[in-house]
Write a protein that binds this ligand. Structure first.
Ligand code: NAD
Length: 335
């Protein structure tokens, strides 16, 4: 059984990916400093999987700790989720973001080279496309100046990976550009755990429906879109997790010094208002919301062209928006 080191594996996408990896016959080993997650995730993963996953509490920029892990386990690949991800906070504390998001990647790459670990899947984001002129965006769509320090860390990380692969370091890398992950494990035992005020739409919707937040603000309803609100490509976290398993399998078939990028979305755009209405319909609950002013820096519309990941990785999403919003609500009820 191949050991895969998952940095940030106690987090939202990492924990769901751990489940899918076990189901695909891999042995995930999690390292997480719990800066944005809770150790209880490990108990919940055990309930889902019927076995305890190996977990190291610590910073993945801690090279000594990584070396200790590699001494104990023969690691064949890494999925690097660990990062700070709050766009708003990154504009106020940019150094915190550059330090963690770039620093952790540099440490992981140096560690991989030293230990001759070949395969890496990196969490990138559709934020690298900025405000796209042509939709849907393909992997060939030019990246644009980032709208935030967070977005810039993803762009720089992609550049670091490309340069590292070009240097013939002997590694094979895939950057997955996630669109908007939503939903939760269908068991409702794990899901997104926003600490403080949620920065993403769906946790805000579920918390408002649960009465934790009084009202949700929709930022603008006068954009050039179907109903005037912003458009995103909402991808169920289980489908996203599955893309990592497919990416790892594909990396295993490549020659050394390989780098590629894939969009991971559904290929469909949905507006913010559509999400709220669909959530209300599927779950039969009301969401108290109001229309507010446009928010500076918001991307008006973006959705993925998924032809590349569909054909090359043989990956297709299997959950609908309705499924995502039902699972998000069930997870909120667990919380
Ligand atoms: N959720 C999204 O909307 C989204 C969209 C695009 C890309 N991404 C990227 O996907 C990755 C995972 O996102 P997520 O939504 O699961 O976030 P998350 O915050 O739930 O998970 C990240 C995990 O990494 C841990 N962590 C952070 N820095 C660490 C460090 N230095 N060492 C060890 N652990 C550390 C946190 O404690 C957390 O458990 C991130 O890189 C994020 O930027 C997320």
């Amino acid at each position: 059984m191949k050991n895969i080191l998952i940095t940030g594996g106690a987090g939202y996408i990492g924990s769901h990916t751990a489940v899918q990896l076990v189901e695909a016959g891999f042995n995930p080993i999690i390292i997480d400093d719990l800066s944005n997650s809770d150790e209880k995730v490990l108990d919940r993963l055990e309930e889902i999987l019927g076995k305890r996953l190996t977990f190291y509490k610590g910073d993945c920029s801690d090279r000594n700790l990584l070396d200790q892990i590699a001494d104990k386990h023969d690691i064949s690949g890494v999925i690097h989720f660990a990062a700070f991800k709050a766009v708003g906070e990154s504009t106020v504390q940019p150094l915190k973001y550059y330090q963690n998001n770039l620093g952790s990647l540099l440490t992981i790459l140096d560690f991989m080279r030293a230990k001759q670990i070949k395969d890496l899947v990196f969490s990138s984001s559709c934020t690298v496309y900025g405000q796209p002129e042509i939709l849907p965006v393909t992997e060939e769509t030019p990246r644009q100046d980032a709208e935030s320090p967070y977005g810039n860390t993803k762009k720089i990380c992609e550049d670091i990976l490309m340069d590292f692969v070009k240097s013939q370091a002997g590694i094979r890398v895939i950057s997955l550009r996630y669109f908007n992950p939503v939903g939760a494990h269908p068991s409702a035992k794990i899901g997104e755990l926003p600490i403080g005020t949620p920065a993403n739409l769906v946790p805000f919707v579920t918390q408002t429906a649960a009465g934790i937040r009084e009202k949700l603000t929709v930022f603008g309803d006068d954009y050039d879109t179907m109903d005037g609100s912003c458009v995103r490509d909402f991808i169920h976290v289980m489908d996203l997790a599955d893309a990592h398993v497919k990416a790892l399998a594909y990396l295993g078939e490549q020659k050394d010094d390989f780098y590629d990028v894939f969009n991971v979305g559904t290929g469909n755009g949905n507006t913010v208002l559509e999400v709220i209405r669909t959530f209300e319909k599927v779950n039969r609950v009301k969401v108290n919301f109001k229309i507010g002013a446009r928010r500076p820096g918001d991307i008006v519309k973006i959705w993925a062209d998924t032809a590349k990941i569909n054909s090359v990785l043989n990956w297709q999403p299997s959950y609908s928006l309705e499924d995502s919003l039902r699972d998000s609500w069930n997870w909120q009820k667990t919380l």
